[in-house]
Each structure stands twice: as structure tokens, then as C-alpha cells.
Design a binder for this molecule. Structure first.
Ligand code: S3P
Length: 173
């Protein structure tokens, strides 16, 4: 596998990007960057605080900065936030830096996973199920345009990580 290419995980909230990214990074001995974690470190605020103080727009600005900075470094495993695809400039920059892989899951699995933590301001609504359905529908073409997809349904995080490594290796030759 080309050492220098980043492995960039994308996909909707609750598809396992952070868990899988961490496993892939550990297996390949690469640095791991989780975008939300990095935003919290750099801004000194929680994601909820950023949304509350500066709105979604303010959060997207942070996301853009982290994308841009991450795309300048090679050899990493990156777990992006679900909304990274909303700005085509993020997708362009990250795709120049490595291989983009989109993780997918059923709406049932997404709802189950995101209900375990309340740190996602976009889902703070009464009808979370409908909100997820609407966001998925809105973003579907953006996710579909990504070059690689893994349907994670029924797979363990380890098995998804195997598949990520397989795809990345096949691309690097
Ligand atoms: C978001 C996804 C979240 C986080 C923020 C917004 C989105 O990340 O960046 O709450 O717009 O889909 P995860 O995909 O890691 O949950």
C-alpha cells in the first residue's frame, strides 16, 4: 500500500467511521485523526457549544479548516464528520490527499447507534427518526458520488476495517 495516501472514511452519522478508523490506523501503524475530536481540541469547545454559539455555519467553518489541514499531511487515517460532503471543496481536498471510502448502514442501525450518545446537535429534535430520514435523503447524492462504499450492515467493526484495508491496498498498487 502506498504509504503516503490518506485513508479517508466518510458516511452518515452512526455508520462507524470513528471506531473503524481507529482499528485501521492501529493495524497499519498510522496516525488517526477523528475530525470531531480535532475540532474540539483546536476550538476548545464541545461540538454542542459550537452549534449553540455559532450555529451549523460556524461548525462547518471549523470542519473546513480541519479538512484543509488534514489534506496537507500524508499517511493518516481520517474519520470525517457525516456532513463533510456538504462542502465540495472538502471532498476535493481530501480526495487529492487519498482514498475516500463511504461507510453505509441501514436507518435502523443508525438510529440505534446515535441514540447511545447525545452529542449530535443536528439530531436534537422530537422526531429523530424523521430527521435522520430527511438528512439521509438530502445527502444521498453526495454520498453516492464518493468512489468506494462499504455496506456495514451485519458486519463487525473489525470486518469493516479489513475491507477498508483491502480497498486501500488495491488502490495503491
Ligand atoms: C454531523 C456529524 C457529526 C458531527 C456533527 C455534524 C453531520 O459527526 O460532525 O454533529 O452533519 O452529519 P459523526 O458523523 O461522527 O457523528
Amino acid at each position: 500500500m502506498a504509504k503516503d495516501k490518506n485513508i479517508v472514511l466518510m458516511g452518515f452519522m452512526g455508520t462507524g467511521k470513528s471506531t473503524v478508523g481507529e482499528i485501521v490506523a492501529a493495524r497499519l501503524g498510522r496516525p488517526f485523526v477523528d475530525f470531531d475530536t480535532r475540532i474540539v481540541e483546536v476550538s476548545g469547545k464541545s461540538i454542542a457549544e459550537i452549534f449553540a454559539e455559532n450555529g451549523e455555519e460556524g461548525f462547518r467553518r471549523w470542519e473546513g479548516r480541519i479538512s484543509c489541514a488534514s489534506a496537507c499531511t500524508e499517511g493518516q487515517v481520517l474519520a470525517t464528520g457525516g456532513g463533510i460532503v456538504l462542502d465540495p471543496e472538502n471532498v476535493r481536498a481530501l480526495s487529492r490527499s487519498g482514498i475516500l471510502i463511504c461507510l453505509e448502514a441501514s436507518i435502523e442501525s443508525i438510529v440505534e447507534r446515535v441514540s447511545k450518545d447525545g452529542g449530535r446537535p443536528l439530531l436534537n429534535t422530537k422526531d429523530r427518526w424523521q430527521r435522520i430520514r430527511d438528512l439521509l435523503e438530502e445527502r444521498r447524492p453526495l454520498y453516492e458520488a464518493l468512489p468506494y462504499h462499504i455496506n456495514t450492515e451485519g458486519m463487525s467493526s473489525e470486518a469493516v476495517a479489513d475491507r477498508v484495508i483491502e480497498i486501500s491496498s488495491s488502490q495503491a498498487e
